[in-house]
Design a protein. Sequence first.
Length: 628
Amino acid sequence: MFNKLKALCMVAALVFAFVLSGQTSASAATDKGIQIRNNVTINIDGETIQINDPILDKGDHLLLPMRALYEAIGASVEWNKETLTASANRNGKVIDLTIDAMTALVDGQEVAMDVAPIMYKDRIYMPLRFVTENLDGNVGWDPSTQTVDILLDGSSEKPQEDPYILHVNNKRIVMDDPIVTKGSRTYIPADYLSDYLDDSAGNWLPDKSFELQISGMSLVFKEGSNNVLINNESVTIEEQPFIQKGKMYVPITFVVNTLGGNLRYISEKREMYIYVYRYMYTSEFLEKSFGTTSYPQPVPSARFEGDRDLMVSDNPENLTHALLPKSNSTLAQYQVKSTSATNKHRVFGWHLNKLGAAVKIGITIENTSSSESIKVSSSKGITQMTGNDWFGHDIGLTLADATLNGKLKKSDSTGIVIAPGETKVIETYELFSDYVIGFLQDIDIQAVNGGSTDYMIRTVLTKSSSDLTKIKTDAVAIDEYAMHPRGAWPSATIQADLPAYTVDSPEVGYNVSNGRTDHLQTAENSLSQINGAVGNPGHFGMNYKVMIPLVNDSGKTKTIKVKLTGRGGLYSGAVKFNGKVYLVPSLRSSSEYVEFEYKMKGSSDKLELELIHAGGANLPVAIYVETK
């Protein structure tokens, strides 16, 4: 038993690179940012071990004394006083660790570390996770009890850990394989890309290399090789692909950069977000420029246009138990009474799940007429979700891009008939804990027999997977401490006609509102007032059309330059300029802008812009016009 305890003790001290989550107490701070930790319990293969020397914490990494532990498990240890390097050999694995060095050697390969080994009171101390995992062990951490659980190779069970979650263009995938980080480089199995990106495939080649085909591009990886074939052209990279459990792990940052996209890995949440722009967006991004802009003036007029009304469900934005105490809730609602042959609606929603568990959100329609059936003649939309904090990028830009390009997807609810007194679901969304959802749904309703229509549109939520059609309560109260929009207004489009611009005259700038806001979508003029309404000054869910007449008396071809910049906070969105859609990246107010040009050949012309806000600022964009 004594020898086993010695062995157990030793493995605990071996271990490396264990980042703690949560706050813990420390007895006293020492030099170099080191703290002594007295409240950590270490279990190895289910047995608690004692460490006689202090356990240290440096930058939220545990460090434990080394030599006694190496010797207790039968590993040969050599100490080089000249290089301050400890070399250990256990079960054929060799690990070289040097005091104060941020790089280790594992079987001769350089591997970066998060924190270096140190010398403390004549003892060599090692960080925790790295050594354990490179000796085929497993480390678990319970922040509530401050307990480290270590399972060595040969253990029958491993502690239950949260799965790795992969988002590929906002498709949420619970991974069967881990995300692996080696030498500060991150790798995932290539088949997660070939399986979840359209027009993609993955194949093993006769020489045991792996070909990843994505949208006409071929990337061939070979285990341990720094050379990748991209469309049969050899490219040298710093990373080395490897095979683990029969799968080819590829350097994901390299792949995403090659395809054209963006990547974010939140290691503490075990979540990775991959965006490949050719799949995610139809339009191209405008290039961001830097410089100040003058204060814009309000547009002289703005008015509702079109016959599609707008219902906004954005309050409460943060879904909490305090705001939604019951199992089932109505988030927003809009009663429609009409004699029109067809009624066109847009439902825009934006909510963050802070309820601690996944919930179901839906759009429902209750036919409150006593005699007239109604038919959903058209239903199309788009929804995006993210656990990331890039809400404008992940959700807002995608919704704006799809809407301006006419890429809303037809819904299964198209064609359904709702009889008097009946309620049916138009769309259903599962919203995970700590995720944000954004959705935009265009719905057309007709009277089946040509009579008057009377129905209620709702956005509803259930915490318990209840039947969404049974939720018919009034909308929950407004969140007075976070005044996000909620209400319904006569149109989902605003039209603004700017004064004519004469070429070669000074630059002019307009804030796309009558003042601070258009005063067209206020709480007071909302068509839905049950349990309160909040205005929509940021035009969320709306199309904003701008027409700028041009006058050119010079008789020459002139180049007109148009700038867009934010007002009152970060701005991003999409803009359709004379028929072509562009994406606007996040712009800081009055210091960053995007621009595009237009060749004017005649004596008169006009510029037509259509914009959709992607989220962020509560004030819309400013537009500047000048002659280049």
